[in-house]
Design a protein. Structure first.
Length: 275
């Protein structure tokens, strides 16, 4: 009964099914962990959402920035010209799918597993226990009756440094930005959300979030997506797997078997270009 962690699908449902065929996925016995961004830029966001939701307890997904973007535009935010979400927004089961999506976690960190999964990253000040607690703060708001207030106010790049005294929307925004957008930070944990290139392209003084000195979440193997230009999947010196291998850009969709560490991938069609 293997468990497979899978990188950003982004609406590439056909590629997902080919990957599952590659690993001989058994929906009655195996489990899937999705690293977020189930939707957008690819052509089959609706099919992807329906498939993952219908797996029930056999699958878990964390929320990515594109998943939150879908929720935001469904409640009045302006879409991007590059969005491919109309099939979800105009579907008969739209409300059920969106209600299911907003109830998914930002962090999946089972107590009985050596792995934890999130979409993007976390600042060096956070322990895994901190991250669990901060994720729950956002999750409880998303699952509440006034969740639309959070969706309309979550965007922005400030604050860029964690402080336990942060309150209100500034606190929630920082938490969301780390879990769904973070790539680089400086050794003090100041985050830079504008840099998207591969390691080595960032401004002086900044490092990949997982390479920050004295990162307090070290000691647990972390699985993330979000960073298609990361350049490699496994960073063993940091105990990190980066599973976004650019499926929607015409590269690969990748799965990691948690039991034996094996990697499996399929080639993908290009539906969009990197920013």
């Amino acid at each position: 009964m293997p468990t497979y962690a899978i990188g950003d699908v982004q609406g590439c449902y056909d590629a997902l099914r080919r990957l599952l065929d590659r690993v001989r996925f058994d929906p009655n016995a195996d489990r899937l962990w999705f690293a977020g961004d189930l939707v957008n830029r690819g052509p089959q966001s609706l099919e992807t959402l329906r498939f993952v939701r219908n797996l029930g307890e056999r699958a878990v997904t964390v929320l990515g920035n594109h998943d939150l973007h879908l929720l935001a535009i469904a409640h009045g935010d302006r879409p991007s010209r590059r969005d491919t979400l109309d099939d979800v927004l105009h579907s008969d089961d739209r409300d059920e799918l969106l209600d299911w999506l907003r109830r998914q976690p930002l962090l999946h960190a089972p107590a009985d597993s050596q792995y934890a999964m999130l979409h993007a990253g976390m600042p060096p000040q956070w322990t895994l226990a901190n991250a669990r607690r901060y994720a729950r703060e956002v999750e409880s708001r998303l699952r509440s009756d006034n969740y639309t207030d959070l969706l309309t106010r979550m965007y922005g790049d400030e604050p860029n440094l964690w402080n336990t005294s942060l309150r209100g929307i500034r606190r929630l925004r920082f938490i969301i930005n780390c879990f769904t957008r973070l790539r680089y930070c400086d050794p003090d944990g100041r985050i830079d959300l504008k840099q998207k290139g591969e390691p080595g392209s960032q401004p002086s003084g900044f490092v990949p979030w997982f390479a920050a000195p004295h990162r307090r979440s070290a000691g647990t193997t972390l699985i993330c997506g979000h960073w298609s230009t990361l350049g490699q999947v496994h960073w063993p010196e940091y105990e990190v797997y980066g599973l976004d291998t650019g499926c929607v850009w015409g590269q690969r969709l990748t799965a990691l078997c948690l039991e034996d560490g094996s990697l499996h991938a399929v080639e993908c069609e290009r539906y969009s270009r990197p920013d």
